[in-house]
Write a protein that binds this ligand. Structure first.
Ligand code: ADP
Ligand code: MG
Length: 615
């Protein structure tokens, strides 16, 4: 390790993984990005006869590794769809002759590490037969699957070719496998094990000789400060809010703003640079930016000539900039697209150098439905959406604990690994928004009566062949728009469109007395708790998302109002923001050219997304 890699000491669980590796075990190793996963197979590869096969999703990642290895004098090669024919022939030739040479006879030019893309395994028969020869000659030391979560559709970066990696175990049952990942909640772990046909994980210490050994290093990073901020309803205000945030807190720091779509990344970059009068230099990164420009941007960002990269999640794997001081999420949508571990990954690109960094998620409950239409009727998608909504809605539990619970879910496997010390896994971090929020800024309320009313109103609407979106339900329950709804298109009265008036008193004992923002928070809360559920309806052009009573609804609606009012039935709690906007005492640094956005003043009674103009 010292001689070849110039590394003095093992870090995190490297030593254990190397030992298990030398012992020929099947291993799953979960370590944060930058933790040093590569060493856990590169070092054993040098100490083991034969060649170690590494499957990696990105050519840029492989190129990087190969360069480093060659600099250190290690024989490493890579094969991709784009490898030129002569080189391909040469490498295959070398592997073939390795396969047929005498067992354990070391040759100077033996290939110690061979990196391939998953397509090679999935699609190249020649390569598979070459692997077979290596195996038969006892020269395939190990198979390493880097970024193994790509195999699972439940993970945040699914790649179909990873699924086909199951043939490796099928064809080569005796070659040990090492699966590496930076984030791997239990259900993803279970999925990976199944796909790669590895034995279930028992427990790090008590794994039977042929069992899979599981290692994981702390995922919790003390230097990251998580905050969920209310997202203003207009795009313009959001831009102002973000520019303010950057100028006030990170005037000269590098950061990333993650956006949902390519055009969002572009417009956010442009607007932020504009409203800050060029004080915040931005760049754009997404899949359609051409390669040369991407490289230039990387360079400018590294040199500090670009301060903020506005990007889609295409900006990810392979970023190696330590001093990213903030990562903002323009919307919860994007995080939900890839679930909460996606959010953890993206926000985790901040503070790689160990210094303090901020992770801010801009959230408004109304966004939930738009996301739902993207995730559509896919059950996994809905589950992922709820994971992050639960996270975003929560204004009580420490963010560290929320992540810990998420990553450990129904198993106690990763709970211990979340922190270095098992006993503090459930201690509050003390520095996230939920740990530092003044108590007056949030109201935790029993809203069982309101939830009951909402369900009763929804039932009445459905009973009359109507259906409602979140916004529609919110308005109707509050008595807006004259308290009527339209039937038709669904249920009994498919063809007849008519307006029906809700009789609030008889249906629900009155209108629901909540502000718009509180109402929408409650509806999202009810979705997360399954008192409501999303109902999808697709036309030729779009998927519409409606709300319907969820599988928990009966637990509430079987009671009469009086029982609920008197404390019967299951109770539902919800937290509401009271002083949503984080107002800094420092004076606003933006020149506001637009007359309708003067001072960003909060209106404590109307919740987060209303901004009052000074008189
Ligand atoms: P990962 O794959 O987990 O994201 P890498 O294997 O790419 O991380 O390692 C990240 C960096 O850390 C590399 O530059 C590597 O040389 C360095 N590194 C790995 N292990 C150690 C160690 N034990 N001590 C110091 N640096 C290390
Ligand atoms: Mg890596």
């Amino acid at each position: 390790m010292k001689k070849v890699f110039n590394i003095a000491d093992f870090r995190l669980c490297q030593k254990g993984v190397c030992n298990a590796n030398m012992d020929g075990r099947d291993i799953v190793c979960v370590m944060p990005t930058g933790g040093g996963k590569s060493l856990t197979y590169q070092l054993p590869a040098l100490l083991t006869p034969g060649c170690t096969l590494v499957i990696s999703p990105l050519i840029s990642l492989m190129t990087d590794q190969i360069l480093h290895l060659r600099e250190s004098g290690v024989e490493a090669v890579m094969l991709t769809g784009g490898t030129p024919r002569p080189l391909l022939n040469e490498i295959q030739q070398r592997l073939t002759s390795m396969a047929s040479s005498q067992v354990h006879r070391h040759q100077g030019r033996d290939i110690k590490l061979c990196y391939v893309t998953p397509e090679k395994i999935a699609k190249s028969k020649t390569f598979m037969s070459l692997l077979r020869k290596l195996v038969e000659g006892g020269k395939l030391a190990r198979i390493v699957i880097d970024e193994a979560h790509c195999a699972s559709q439940m993970g945040h970066d699914f790649r179909p070719d990873y699924r086909k990696l199951s043939i490796l175990r099928q064809f080569f049952p005796h070659v040990p496998i090492l699966a590496l990942s930076a984030t791997c909640p239990p259900r993803v772990l279970q999925d990976i094990l199944k796909i790669l046909k590895m034995k279930p994980v028992v427990d790090g210490k008590a794994a039977p000789p042929d069992g899979t050994v599981y290692f994981s290093a702390p995922l919790y990073r003390k230097n990251l400060h998580y905050t969920v901020l209310p997202k203003p309803s207009s795009a313009k205000e959001l831009i102002m809010t973000m520019s303010d945030y950057i100028l006030q807190n990170h005037r000269n720091d590098s950061g990333i703003i993650y956006c949902l779509a390519k055009k969002d990344a572009e417009s956010v970059a442009e607007s932020i640079q504009m409203v800050s009068n060029g004080r915040i230099k931005t760049g754009v990164y997404h899949a359609n930016v051409e390669d040369g420009q991407k490289e230039r941007l990387h360079m400018q960002w590294r040199e500090g000539k670009v301060q903020v990269v506005c990007a889609t999640i295409a900006f990810g794997l392979g970023i190696d900039k330590g001093d990213v001081r903030f990562v903002l999420h323009h919307t919860v949508l994007l995080a939900t697209q890839k679930s909460l571990d996606g959010y953890y990954q993206e926000s985790g690109r901040a503070g790689r150098d160990g210094q303090d960094a901020d992770c801010v998620l801009y959230y408004r409950p109304q966004d939930a439905t738009r996301q739902a239409s993207i995730t559509c009727s896919d059950q996994d998608g809905v589950m992922k959406l709820h994971d992050i909504l639960r996270f975003a809605q929560d204004m009580q539990e420490c963010r560290k604990i929320l992540f810990a619970k998420y990553f450990s879910a129904s198993s106690d496997l990763s709970m211990a690994s979340w922190t270095t010390n098992e006993s503090d896994a459930m201690d509050r971090c003390g520095h996230c928004d939920n740990c530092t929020r003044p108590p007056a800024n949030v109201e935790h309320k029993d809203v069982t009566v309101e939830a009951w009313q909402i369900l009763k109103i929804l039932e009445a609407v459905e009973g009359n062949g109507g259906r409602l979106t979140i916004a529609g339900l919110s308005d109707l329950a509050r008595g807006l728009g004259g308290g009527s709804f339209e039937t038709g298109g669904n249920g009994k009265r498919r063809n007849a469109k008519e307006k029906i008036q809700i009789d609030y008193d008889s249906v629900a004992g009155g209108k629901v007395r909540l502000s718009k923002d509180d109402m929408e928070s409650l509806i999202v809360q009810m979705l997360v708790l399954r008192y409501l559920e999303e109902a999808f309806s697709s036309t030729a052009y779009t998927v519409n998302v409606y709300v319907a009573p969820g599988n928990q609804a009966l637990r509430l609606t079987r009671f009469i109002r009086e029982d609920i009012v008197n404390g019967g039935g299951p109770r539902i709690q919800c937290s509401f923001r009271r002083h949503g906007r984080k107002v800094k005492s420092k004076k606003t640094t933006i020149d506001r050219q637009s007359p309708d956005i003067l001072d960003l003043q909060e209106d404590p009674t109307s919740g987060p997304s209303r901004i009052r103009k000074p008189a």
